[in-house]
Design a protein around this ligand. Structure first.
Ligand SMILES: Cc1cc2nc3c(=O)[nH]c(=O)nc-3n(C[C@H](O)[C@H](O)[C@H](O)COP(=O)(O)OP(=O)(O)OC[C@H]3O[C@@H](n4cnc5c(N)ncnc54)[C@H](O)[C@@H]3O)c2cc1C
Length: 267
């Protein structure tokens, strides 16, 4: 990779984003709209922004957050407070200006011949799937959460999906069990012609295995820990099925979306 090219890409991606609104919608989960014409015009489902969360030493590195929705001049992100970066983000107010890099990463591939997607997400992995589900009129969506209190965006997905299935690990809301169990029922009934997934590694592994079992095309979005976000630092590499120099790829630049048969999900 050319260092100069990376620097130019970095500088071109910097966006100043004024916060329009920020709202807590569940324990530790925040829903934020920011104003930015470039992001709104360019963002595609599956891409993310890399956010400068503040000047504390802990937050020297930007934090990647998926683009959840767009409208004419604004972008929506949802985030869960995990550590210092997202905690700093949660303290921001409407009118504050955030420095974001983006839109970054590759997007989900939406193909004319696959119009009946099965879309599966878990936890914070559901956020990039909303903009994706909006691209289809026949999306069947499966969202898995730990428990009732963590269920978010139900109405949003209901508005755009042909079918929405909510599952909770503890059975406190929706189907008691894992979203992949419902996904398998649909695959066994020969419903759906492509799978899109984003969520925790065990969910991605199970989804990849189902795609192989039922011979259905499948794209996975990986939420690896990241450094630079633009392909320079190699913090976020993942193992792929390619041999030789391409055996490891960068999630931030070659992903976060991969075809399921491209990645091993060993890590
Ligand atoms: C492409 C991409 C898109 C993402 N989209 C979203 C999103 O839309 N909404 C959202 O809430 N989060 C999203 N994440 C995860 C988010 O980036 C991390 O939760 C965040 O960086 C944590 O930063 P922090 O400073 O709050 O926590 P840290 O102090 O950095 O970490 C706190 C805890 O979170 C864990 N953690 C950190 N990064 C990740 C990660 N990438 N995945 C899982 N656990 C992690 C750490 O291991 C640690 O246990 C995304 C990650 C990637 C790579």
């Amino acid at each position: 990779m050319q260092t100069g090219g990376t620097e130019v890409a970095y500088l071109k991606s910097i966006q100043e984003c004024e916060i329009i609104s920020i709202e807590q919608i569940a324990p530790q989960i925040f829903d934020m709209w920011v104003k930015n014409d470039v992001l709104a015009a360019q963002a595609r489902p599956g891409q993310f922004v890399h956010i400068d969360c503040g000047d504390a030493t802990d937050n020297f590195l930007r934090r990647p957050i998926s683009i959840c929705d767009v409208k004419s001049n604004a972008v929506r992100i949802l985030f869960e407070v995990k550590g210092s970066g997202t905690a700093a983000l949660a303290c921001k107010k409407a009118g504050d200006v955030l420095d974001m890099l983006g839109p970054l990463g590759n997007a989900f591939t939406v193909l004319e011949q696959y119009r009946r997607p099965l879309i599966i997400g878990g936890g914070i992995g559901i956020f990039p799937l909303y903009l994706l589900a909006k691209q289809f009129s026949e999306a069947q969506v499966f969202l898995g959460f730990r428990c009732c209190e963590r269920v978010v965006m139900e109405q949003d997905f209901k508005n755009v999906a042909k079918e929405l299935h909510i599952t909770t690990d503890d059975g406190s809301y929706g189907y008691h069990g894992y979203a992949v169990e419902l996904l398998e029922r649909k695959l066994a009934a020969k419903e759906g012609d492509i799978i899109y997934a984003c969520g925790p590694l065990p969910m991605l592994r199970a989804t990849k295995a189902l795609a192989e079992k039922y011979n259905v095309k499948c794209q996975l979005s990986m939420e690896q820990r990241m450094g630079c976000g633009i392909g320079a630092c190699l913090v976020c590499t993942c193992e792929t099925t390619s041999k030789g120099a391409n055996h490891y790829k960068r999630v931030c630049k070659n992903g976060p979306v991969f075809w399921s048969d491209e990645v091993t999900l060993n890590g």
